[in-house]
Design a protein around this ligand. Structure first.
Ligand SMILES: [Zn+2]
Length: 190
């Protein structure tokens, strides 16, 4: 399991000195309803290694995800958060347990509700947006992590475990087609 400390340093310049937990610059939104009403926008790039709960699904904690969270009010004045997250994760293949590059690209509309607030049934059954219960301030990384976990494939598997492994070691990560690599191997053997 590769811990890429250097990525954290590069992405959060000046904020990792001291090594304390606070050093990882966790973004918080003090009042998410106000954030939505004011059309607030937060965006950033977060090392995959910062998402501790996500670790169970990963073969390697490398790279970073880019994200953007934008608040707005819908036509009826209800608070909404538009969330976009993109990046590459190295999931653990459920068949061979090796790493498997997977492109994360999620777009979600979140509806914050106050803790204990009762929602009309039609809002709960609406699947155009996800309801998130908010009690106090919002930890943006935790929110991102929840949404990323929801977006993960249930049982990630290589299409062909052997091919994918060879492609990764032979340069698949640089954009070569795994099929091209396979054809090359076959051609050389004839
Ligand atoms: Zn596999």
């Amino acid at each position: 399991m590769a811990e890429k400390d250097n990525i954290i340093r590069r992405l959060c310049p000046g904020k990792t000195r001291g090594g304390s937990k606070m050093a990882l610059a966790r973004e918080r939104i003090a009042d998410v309803f106000r954030f939505a009403a004011e059309g607030g926008v937060l965006e950033g790039e977060t090392p995959v290694a910062d998402f501790n709960r996500l670790a169970d699904w990963l073969a390697e904690r490398v790279d970073a995800v880019r994200w953007r969270l934008a608040g707005r009010l819908d036509a009826e004045g209800g608070p909404r958060l538009d969330l976009g997250v993109a990046g590459r994760l190295v999931l653990r293949c459920q068949r061979c347990l090796e790493g498997m590059a997977w492109d994360l690209a999620l777009d979600a509309v979140l509806q914050p509700v106050r803790a204990g607030q009762v929602l009309p049934r039609d809002e709960l059954e609406n699947d155009e947006f996800d309801v998130i219960e908010v009690d106090g301030d919002v930890d943006v990384l935790s929110l991102l992590e929840d949404e990323i976990i929801l977006a993960l494939p249930i049982a990630p598997r290589h299409e062909d475990c052997g091919v994918s492994r060879r492609a990764e070691t032979d340069g698949g990560a640089r954009g070569e087609s795994p099929f091209g690599v396979l054809a090359g191997l076959r051609g050389g053997g004839r």
